[in-house]
Design a protein around this ligand. Structure first.
Ligand code: KIV
Ligand code: NA
Length: 267
C-alpha cells in the first residue's frame, strides 16, 4: 500500500493539481473512497446524515472519535481529518488542545478541522505550534446556525465579503495547513485562493480553489435535502430502495431463499 499522505504533502499541493476530499463516517465507505481521495473528512455532518439530528450542534466528541477510528481503520493512503464538534474547542485554546489531542489519540487521525475565522486564530496557532495540524473552515459555518439563522451562502454584501477574506487571511497566518471555504460567493473564493499561502478547499465555492470537498452521501444520492452546490454522481438512495423492494417481493412470494441460499444435508 501507498504511504499515507502527510500534512506537509498536502501543503505542497497549493496551486497544483486539485486536492480531492470526501467525507467518510464508516469503515466500508472509507475503504471504498480511500483510493480516490487525498483526504477523508470525518465531518460533523454525520450528525444529520447518519444520526438524523437537526443540525451539527448536538454532535459530541465521543461520536467523532468512534467514527474517526472506523475511518482510520478503513483507509490506507488518504490523510484523515476529523471535525472538532461544537462546544469542544471554542472556549479557549487550552480546551481546544485537550479535545483535539484526545481525538487524535482515540482515532489515529493526523489532523483536526475547526470552524471560525479571526476569533479562532489564537486557537489555530496554539494547536499548530503544539503538534496538532489544523484545517480551518470559513464562510458558511454550520455550527453557527443559531447565530446565522440558516445555511444560506455567505458574502453577498461587501462588508461580509471583506470579513470572510479577513477570516481566511488570519486563519492561514495562524498556521492552518489548509482551509475549507464553504458556501461563499465565487469571487470571494477565487480571491481567497489567490491570496493565502495554504490550499483552499472549496464546497459551494469555486473550481479555482486548490481542491474540493463534498459530503459523500450527498454526491451519492443518499441524503434527501441537498444544497445547490452538490452535484449528484449517483442515486444510491433509489438503488437501495429498489433492492429492498425486490427483496420484499421475493420473501412474500417465497422466491427467496432459493436453492443456492439454503444448506442441504449430503446424501
Ligand atoms: O461536516 C462536514 O461534512 C464538513 C464539510 C461539508 C466541509 O465540514
Ligand atoms: Na463539518
Amino acid at each position: 500500500p501507498r504511504k499515507r499522505l502527510t500534512v506537509p504533502a498536502i501543503r505542497t499541493r497549493k496551486g497544483g493539481e486539485p486536492l480531492v476530499m470526501l467525507t467518510a463516517y464508516t469503515v466500508r465507505t472509507a475503504q471504498l473512497l480511500d483510493p480516490h481521495c487525498d483526504m477523508l473528512l470525518v465531518g460533523d455532518s454525520l450528525g444529520q446524515v447518519i444520526y438524523g439530528l437537526p443540525s451539527t450542534v448536538p454532535v459530541t466528541l465521543e461520536m467523532m472519535a468512534a467514527h474517526g477510528a472506523a475511518v482510520v481503520r478503513g483507509s490506507l493512503q488518504a490523510l484523515v481529518v476529523i471535525d472538532m464538534p461544537f462546544g469542544s474547542y471554542e472556549a479557549s485554546p487550552e480546551k481546544a488542545f485537550e479535545s483535539a489531542a484526545w481525538l487524535l489519540k482515540q482515532t489515529g487521525a493526523a489532523a483536526v478541522k475547526l470552524e471560525g475565522g479571526e476569533a479562532m486564530a489564537a486557537t489555530v496557532r496554539f494547536l499548530s505550534e503544539r503538534g496538532i495540524p489544523v484545517m480551518g473552515h470559513i464562510g458558511l459555518t454550520p455550527q453557527a446556525v443559531n447565530v446565522l439563522g440558516g445555511y444560506g451562502a455567505r458574502g453577498r454584501s461587501a462588508a461580509e465579503a471583506e470579513k470572510i477574506a479577513a477570516d481566511a487571511r488570519t486563519i492561514a497566518a495562524a498556521g492552518a495547513f489548509a482551509i475549507v471555504a464553504e458556501g461563499v460567493m465565487e469571487p470571494i473564493a477565487v480571491a481567497i485562493t489567490r491570496e493565502v499561502a495554504c490550499p483552499v478547499i472549496g464546497i459551494g465555492a469555486s473550481a479555482e480553489c486548490d481542491g474540493q470537498v463534498l459530503v459523500a452521501e450527498d454526491m451519492l444520492g443518499m441524503f434527501e435535502r441537498v444544497p445547490r452546490f452538490v452535484k449528484r454522481y449517483d442515486d444510491l438512495g433509489g438503488r437501495i430502495s429498489d433492492a429492498a423492494a425486490r427483496y420484499a417481493a421475493e420473501v412474500r412470494t417465497r422466491a427467496f431463499p432459493g436453492a443456492e441460499q439454503v444448506y442441504v444435508p449430503k446424501g
